[in-house]
Design a protein around this ligand. Structure first.
Ligand SMILES: [Fe+2]
Length: 287
């Protein structure tokens, strides 16, 4: 199996892990789930997180071919457009992005938003493949957290987005529009039927009770043996019951409103008003 180089960047403000995945043979690379910093108190964006990732790409002489999203994130603004402006590359996401766009076009009254995913350079269907240099990458549709979630299998690694978290933390919530605990179970089973030694890279880590360090890499074998929500011993019925009961007690993520209206538009910030200032919308009593 092809060897890939994986460099992780952890954003402690949103507990998000972004990755640069590269083929050492060709120097070609993909960026996964880049973050745009956002201070909700000041309404101010910044590039500190993306700058670290960009510096790594430049210092190591990589060429970015792809800027990938595992899904429409609800906890951070996407840094994809800033990274693209600095490094080039095609931005891509799962083909069911239109379903997510349609839902939130209505919530935010985004009258100009196309709901066909045309803001992205490529939309991936389940089973699609693409190249990162000499390494073949494969897309697995893994809905459940959102309808458009995908997992990227790149060499002996899989980037699972918000499906699984570390084994001691469990799985992603399924109560967003279009989410489904039963679908998430099926999606996770797909991931956990990859070869046991497959390296799995999480999109988030929140530390688990009793763990002092952030962590984001595990394996299929480890998840199957000891994921607290969905080890190989857990049935679909047990998982759905656990997930739905937990989800009913969760509050909204801190940045859900600013994040989603930007991320359904591929990370483009809103067009400025006639005074030159861009505004985000806060829909009342909807989410
Ligand atoms: Fe998410």
């Amino acid at each position: 199996m092809s060897e890939v180089t994986v460099k992780a960047f952890f954003d402690e403000d949103t507990y998000t892990v972004s990755y640069v995945v590269s083929d050492p043979g060709s120097g070609r690379a993909a960026v996964i789930d880049a973050v745009l910093d956002y201070d909700p108190n000041a309404g101010r964006t910044a590039h500190h997180s993306a700058d670290k990732l960009i510096a790594y790409v430049r210092d190591t002489g990589l060429t970015v071919d792809w800027i990938l999203e595992t899904h429409v994130h609800a906890d951070h603004l996407s840094g994809a457009q800033f990274v693209k402006s600095q490094l080039g590359g095609k931005n891509a996401i799962g083909e069911h992005i239109g379903t997510v766009q349609s839902t939130f076009k209505d919530v935010f009254n985004l009258t100009d938003l196309a709901v066909d995913g045309s803001q992205f350079d490529r939309l991936f269907a389940d089973g699609d493949t693409f190249q990162i240099g000499n390494i073949e990458a494969r897309v697995i549709a893994t809905p459940g957290h959102t309808p458009a979630c995908v997992t990227y299998v790149i060499g002996d690694c899989a980037f699972v987005g918000d499906t699984l978290f570390m084994p001691d933390y469990g799985s992603a919530r399924t109560d967003f529009p279009g989410g489904s605990a039963a679908q998430l179970y099926t999606s996770i089973r797909k991931i956990l039927s990859l070869p046991g030694e497959t390296r799995l890279f999480m999109c988030h880590d929140y530390k688990a009770p009793g763990r002092d360090e952030f962590a984001w890499e595990t394996t299929v074998n480890e998840q199957n043996e000891r994921n607290v929500h969905i080890s190989k011993h857990v049935t679909a019925e047990e998982f759905v019951e656990m997930r739905e009961s937990r989800d009913s007690k969760l509050g909204s993520p801190k940045l859900i409103l600013p994040s989603i209206q930007v991320n359904v538009n591929a990370g483009h910030l809103p067009e400025p008003d006639d005074n030159g200032i861009s505004y985000l919308k806060i829909p009342l009593d909807t989410i």
